[in-house]
Design a protein. Structure first.
Length: 118
């Protein structure tokens, strides 16, 4: 039960940390996965939304995760078009949403821990 969420959180953190390197290359030759294709998105759609549907934060996580990928794509697009101010704004959104994703995964983990039979 917990391993799935811990894995999702670690995969997200690793993926998000790699984004900064991609952004420093001004988005050259970057093909980002969609929110449905990345490991966290797969976990949300295949496990989270079904197995943990009773937890309100799952839906919030799904929405936040989709927005995270949209902001990452917008950042790359702005960098490629040399719209650096807009890229910086989009990257700020990426960072905020990344923290929100980690927070929501942690809240979900807490809910599961509280309902786990002892």
């Amino acid at each position: 039960m917990m391993l799935d969420i811990t894995h999702a959180r670690l995969v997200h953190l690793k993926w998000a940390s790699q984004l900064s390197r991609l952004f420093r290359n001004f988005g050259k030759d970057v093909a980002l996965q969609t929110h449905e294709e990345c490991a966290v998105g797969v976990w949300i759609s295949r496990v989270g939304l079904h197995k943990y549907a009773h937890i309100e934060e799952i839906g919030q996580l799904n929405d936040c995760h989709a927005k995270f990928h949209e902001a990452a794509s917008r950042t790359i697009s702005c960098l490629q078009q040399k719209q650096f101010h807009q890229a910086q704004e989009a990257y700020g959104i990426v960072n905020t949403l990344s923290r929100d994703i980690v927070y929501l995964l942690t809240v979900i983990e807490y809910h599961l821990e509280m309902t786990k039979p002892h």
